[in-house]
Design a protein around this ligand. Sequence first.
Ligand code: TA6
Length: 301
Amino acid sequence: MTLTDLNTRFGLSQQLKFVEGPGGLIFAEIDNALGTAYLCLQGAHITTFRPKDQAEPVIWLSDYAKFASGKSIRGGAPVCWPWFGAHATESGFPGHGYARTVMWEVTQSAALASGETEITLALVENEQSRAQWPHPCRVELNVVVGRSLKVGLITTNLGDTDLGIGEALHTYFQIGDIAEIQVLGLEGCEYVDKVGPVTRREQAGPITFSGEVDRVYVNSESTCVIEDRRLQRRILIAKTGARSTVVWTPWTEKADKMGDFGPDGWRRMVCVESGNALDNVVLIPAGQSHTMSVEYSAQVL
Ligand code: TA6
């Protein structure tokens, strides 16, 4: 569908338009009285979100992010599907699945009475995806932009056998400085620590940061809170249908190796990812659907 077709069919005069962005990728630009957001159609990738009452975006995007067909974007809210992390058996398959690097098509848009803007997209399978995932599925992302950002990832199993999927919204949050935040809500939860030898531990107290952190917290749907002393705000991450939370900062060495954080971009972000991974892989019976929903909001500390 051309840009003109997209704007004719799904554009909403004052609050939703489709534009060509960096790397020739197509973006939905959402701007209403309550908040603004950008979403790249490749990967249905929300690249940033800022409530109108916040000076700083809630969702972080690297100044050094690369934009190219088939390439993942550093920052925003990447959709990890139909597996999280490395593929269980195929080392050549993309980490976090292929959903974030294939095209999605817009299927619906609406200006809601609440003043929020809604857009829905569906993943478009291709030869690569069918080769990596030969299971008939429909995958949709529903996004509502307002004072908060609401995201729903809906998987429908169109096959005739049960289907196990791993998934996550691998969301990067904008913070003042990684050393001046703490993450609340996971106290007492079991987690898999991926830094060094993989070890299972229990979270004691709030999560603070003084080096690389890469943890998958399992069996908890709790709301997480990022307390940010420097920006004097709290970011709330309220999830349903998601029993895993991944908390990640690459710290300096890993960020340098990745090459798209810039000199100290990693200090201004933290990932608190809502999903279903490891112990929480979701089994979807034939013909059934599974929805994972997350709401992101910010308030004064
Ligand atoms: O969610 C944390 C993590 O799995 C880290 O181990 C690191 O690999 C990060 O995701 C980024 O992965 P990406 O493929 O986006 O570079």
